[in-house]
Design a binder for this molecule. Structure first.
Ligand SMILES: [Zn+2]
Length: 246
């Protein structure tokens, strides 16, 4: 039995037996892990409020060989989101991000970029809840990118020419982007506004992206929400369980 320590973000939990819980979290050094927190539903327990969803913790756990479920030994709260629990819209957004992390992350595979991106998105939405929608779009784009499902935003999938910000861009049925010559007549046109908005996700933090998104037209935001929704649905082969209104 090996003992590990890592930062982790609690995503979801289920009751198990009388006093235990199964907790799903995204960890920095082991990716998505599922663990048993023994006795955590007893009045006096060593976990306290640390297993509430979306809490950032420092986690110590045991792992047995060939067992998917790990065993939580000790947790320490690094960042609680308890103060936000009265904001239903924000919680729906958090649950949505949590669900997608569970759907997209292969178990026990560390992905430091994904972990940092997720933490930054939870942080940005907590800081400015009014920017939640923009943060969710940023999260979707980066999740798709880091898991290898985002179309190349810079070059035409057919001829490899650069997709310039002021030229027409088309989305093919295979979800790749094409230049006007290769794509015209097939697939949907991606507006200049959407292409530029997508490209800004590459350069900015979620907080900065959300700040800039306040100046972006409703139409462009709607297009972006439709595009990410379409790609996520295609990858999952179903629609996400919950999706906050945008
Ligand atoms: Zn082309």
């Amino acid at each position: 039995m090996a003992l590990f320590e890592t930062e982790a973000l609690i995503l979801r939990s289920y009751n198990l037996a009388e006093a235990d819980k199964i907790v799903v979290c995204l960890s920095r050094s082991a990716g998505l892990i599922r663990g048993v927190a023994k006795g955590c539903r007893k009045l006096k327990n060593r976990f306290g409020a640390a297993l509430e969803p979306f809490t950032l913790i420092n986690l110590t756990y045991y792992e047995k060989e060939n067992q998917e479920l790990v065993s939580f030994r000790q947790v320490e709260i690094l960042k609680s989101r308890f103060n936000l629990s009265s904001n239903a819209e924000l919680l729906t957004g958090f649950s949505y991000m949590g669900d997608l992390l569970i759907d997209f992350s292969p178990p026990h595979q560390a992905n430091d970029n994904l972990f940092r991106m997720a933490i930054a998105c939870f942080e940005a939405a907590s800081e400015t809840p009014e920017d939640l929608d923009a943060v969710l779009r940023y999260f979707e784009v980066w999740l798709l990118k880091l898991e290898g499902f985002l179309p190349d935003l810079r070059t035409c999938a057919n001829c490899n020419r650069a997709l310039v910000d002021d030229g027409a861009v088309y989305l093919g049925s295979d979800l790749s982007l094409r230049c006007s010559q290769c794509g015209s007549g097939r697939g949907g046109a991606v507006s200049k506004g959407l292409h530029a908005h997508l490209r800004t996700t590459e350069k900015l933090s979620p907080a900065k992206f959300a700040e800039g998104a306040r100046e972006v037209s409703k139409e462009t935001k709607r297009e972006m929400a439709e595009l990410t929704f379409q790609i996520i649905g295609r990858v999952l082969e179903r629609m996400p369980r919950i999706r906050p209104a945008s």
